[in-house]
Every structure is written in C-alpha cells, then in structure tokens.
Design a protein around this ligand. Structure first.
Ligand code: FAD
Length: 413
C-alpha cells in the first residue's frame, strides 16, 4: 500500500519505520529541512512510564488559577481570545475529577509501558544508538513532606504493577554519585528502575536515516497544505509544490495537527503547551547526572546524553509561540545547579523552547477516519515515551490486526 506520513517528528518517523517494515511504500512529508526539528528537537529525554500521571486532576484547577496571579509558577495559564484554547480548557476541566484522573493515568501508563518496550525493540531492529541510559529515573524530593506526598501519589502506578521504590537521600546518592554535593538538599527519592532516558532527536534522525536506506521517500522542505478528495476518501495530499497520491494518509503533525485536520472537517483537541529546555556541554572534570530524573519540588527534569546535559521545565499556555529569552531559563538552571554544581559547563547554555501537543485527557488520538486517514497525534508531555508504541498500533490498524493494548480513550473525540 502507498502510505503518506505527514510530519517527521518522533511520531511520524517511528510510524514510517513500522509501516515500511510491514512492506508498505512510505513517503514522509515534512516542511522543515530534516527530521526532529519541531517538538522532538530538544525534549527532556525521559523514557518514563512513571510520568504517566494525568495533568487534568482535582488539584489542577487550583494550580491554573494560582498561576494567573502568582509569577514564576511551573505551570502558567494565560487566558486569551483563542476559541481553540477555551474549548480545550473546558474539556480539560471536565477531566479534573478524581475518577477521570485515575482512568486517564491508567490509560497513559498502559500505553507508555508498551511503548517503552517498542522503543528499544525498534532501536535493536534498526541498529541505532541514542545515548540511552538504563537503570531507572530518580524523582527527587527536597523535604520529608513532599517525599511522603510524592510516594503516596505513586500508589496508582504501583497498583498497576510498576516497580517503584521510595529511598532515602543516601540511597539516591549511591545510585547517582554525582548527587553527593546535594546530599543535604534532598530528603529522598522515588526510584523507578525500569525507566530510562535517551536523546529523542538522535533517535529520530538515526531512524529516519535507516528508513531512507530501506526505501522510505522523504519530501523535506515540503509543506502539506490540504487534500484532494475522492468522495469521502483522501485521494492525495496537496503541498506547496505538487500533489502526493496515496492509498492511506497518517497525520503526525504534533501541535500543528488541528490546522490541517480542519481542512478535513476534523476538530482535533490538541493544544500547544510550551516548555523550555537548555542543553549544556559536559567536559572533562564535570560530574553530570548518571541517571535522569526530576526535581519534583521544582518540576525541573534533567538527563545526560553522552557529552551533553539537558534540563527542561515549565508548562506555559503561550499559543504557538516558541520564542524565548535567557531569563526564562534562570530558575531551572539555578535549581539543577544546586543538585549538580559541577554537572556541566553552565556558562555555555544552548536555549530552546518547544510545544507539547496536549490533549485534555493526556492520551493521544489514535484513530482511523474518512476511510483512509489515520490520526496519530496529541502525545503531549510523553511523545518520546509513547511514539514507538503508537507507531506499532498504527501499523496493526493498517494490517487489520488487533493492537497489543486496548485503545480506549484514544478514539477521535
Ligand atoms: C520541554 C519539553 C520536554 C519534554 N520532555 C519529554 C520527556 O522527557 N519524555 C517524553 O516522552 N516526552 C517529552 N516531551 C514531549 C515530546 O517531545 C513530544 O510529545 C513529541 O516530541 C511530539 O512529537 P511529534 O512527532 O508529535 O511532534 P513534532 O516533533 O513537533 O513533529 C511534527 C512535525 O510536523 C511538521 N509539520 C507541521 N505542519 C506541517 C505541514 N503542514 N506540512 C509538513 N510538515 C508539517 C513539523 O515541522 C514537525 O517536524 C517533552 C516536550 C517538551 C516541549
């Protein structure tokens, strides 16, 4: 079958890989000059089923409200006139009940665990490296009170069979000796031994290169602008150049999915939530983290990718704007420097901001519609973790095979 995949982020490239491996003739259409130049460019790198908590929770409305009048919050809500934001927010608020938070968390966790396995399976099959670090992630807590609350929150993941261990500061330092200078700053941690980290951009670019070697066609610098229809079905993708015909189209456009979805009459509930990321070089004599993790009291995530350290933070409603100023990074850098004072060269930061493609529920949309369109988008804050599993699910849908996990909550809604 001729398949046109729209978007060359982690979601589009893993989807192209799985479809190519199943014997399809795949063309990837990407408006940028190469893969992973959108949100997949510089994320935190955590491969983290243990991060599956639903952002829509009973506590969320209060946190959003507080962000309106208190500066410097990790989550920043800015009301605007965009009707898309208001529809999205109303649905987000409807998901803030305790029962829905538990349901959405369980669905995300199931997908994330399946996907983390697929992530490594694809890397093995394709023979690619991505600065992967196994051995778990550390969720650090700075006070006994926050440690206790964090450990209690994790109960839902444990009920689902995740291996999570509450450890004291000495045990955290034993797992990551680079934390020794911060021994007195932390009360303890939750260690998730099955999680890990790795560079999503390196993975996406290496997999795209393998796809090209194995026959996938890449149309970079090509903007998808609409569709030619044949009755209800899509006959071809219209671009700023020519038309690309296909038997099937898979839409993997991250935060830009709603814009193209509208051309087909679809209203996709995917909204951008901005995050900030800084990458620092590691040289001889530095003591970078040996395990990735999150400073839970400050919501700052970090990981090491070979000779670079990545630090990310903040969830901001800022529309589709990816601009950034050095001041936006000061707080996160100060916090991570407390934990890893000699972690990297803090004088040579490489700043970036990206947009998480969030659905109100936190689960992505994985659905077939209009006969020959599959939507694979809305992976939010967990696209690196969830993309490889979603890619296999798309390929199974095309095969007419039942996916390995149930897809409740991932239908078009
Ligand atoms: C600060 C931050 C930290 C994060 N940390 C983590 C983490 O630790 N772990 C994790 O699992 N996830 C994390 N994420 C989430 C993850 O990065 C995203 O979910 C994921 O990158 C989304 O991938 P995507 O392929 O859907 O989107 P993208 O990577 O944005 O890809 C979409 C592509 O579509 C292209 N495109 C758009 N419109 C068109 C068009 N009309 N025609 C052609 N091409 C088009 C774009 O150029 C882009 O390349 C983080 C995100 C951020 C912002």
């Amino acid at each position: 079958m001729k398949v046109v995949v729209l978007g060359a982020g982690i979601v589009g490239i893993t989807t192209a890989w799985e479809l190519m491996r199943d014997g399809h003739e795949v063309t990837v259409v990407e408006r940028q000059a190469g893969p992973a130049l959108g949100t997949s460019y510089a994320n935190a790198g955590l491969i983290a089923p243990s991060h599956s908590f639903s952002w829509a929770s009973p506590r969320a409305p209060k946190i959003l409200l507080k962000s309106l009048y208190l500066p410097g919050q990790a989550l920043r809500f800015r009301p605007g006139l965009d009707p898309h934001l208001w529809t999205w927010s109303a649905r987000f608020l409807r998901n803030c009940t305790a029962a829905r938070a538990v349901r959405n968390t369980r669905r995300k966790l199931r997908l994330a665990r399946y996907s983390a396995e697929r992530l490594h399976a694809i890397a093995g099959d394709a023979g690619i490296g991505f600065h992967g670090v196994a051995g778990g992630l550390l969720y650090l807590y700075r006070s006994p009170r926050t440690l206790e609350r964090g450990a209690a929150n994790m109960a839902i993941l444990r009920e689902e069979g995740m291996d999570l261990r509450v450890i004291d500061a000495d045990a955290a330092v034993a797992l990551d000796p680079s934390l020794s200078a911060a021994r007195e700053r932390i009360a303890g941690a939750v260690w998730c031994p099955d999680d890990g980290s790795g560079d999503a951009r390196v993975y996406t670019c290496a997999l795209a290169a393998r796809c090209a070697e194995m026959g996938v066609t890449f149309r970079y610098d090509t903007q998808a602008t609409g569709f030619a229809r044949d009755g209800g079905r899509i006959a071809a993708v219209r671009t700023d150049g020519d038309e690309i015909a296909g038997d099937l189209v898979v839409l993997c456009l991250g935060v830009w999915s709603p814009a193209l979805g509208r051309r087909l009459g679809l209203s996709l509930p995917v909204h951008p939530i901005k995050g900030y990321s800084v990458t620092l070089p590691i040289g001889p004599g530095h003591k970078p983290p040996t395990l990735g993790g999150v400073d839970e009291d400050n919501l700052v995530a970090y990981a090491r990718f070979g000779d670079r350290m990545r630090v990310t933070a903040t969830a901001e409603f800022a529309g589709w704007d990816t601009s950034h100023k050095p001041a936006a990074f000061e707080h996160m850098l100060a916090r991570v420097r407390e934990l890893y004072p000699e972690g990297a060269d803090y004088d040579r930061p490489d700043h970036w901001a990206g947009l998480r493609p969030m659905t109100p529920e936190g689960t992505p949309i994985l659905a077939r519609t209009l006969g020959n369109l599959i939507v694979n988008t809305g992976h939010g804050h967990m696209g690196w973790t969830m993309a490889p599993g979603c890619a296999r699910i798309v390929a199974d849908m095309v095969k007419g095979q039942t996916p390995a996990i149930p897809l409740d909550g991932m239908e078009l809604r």
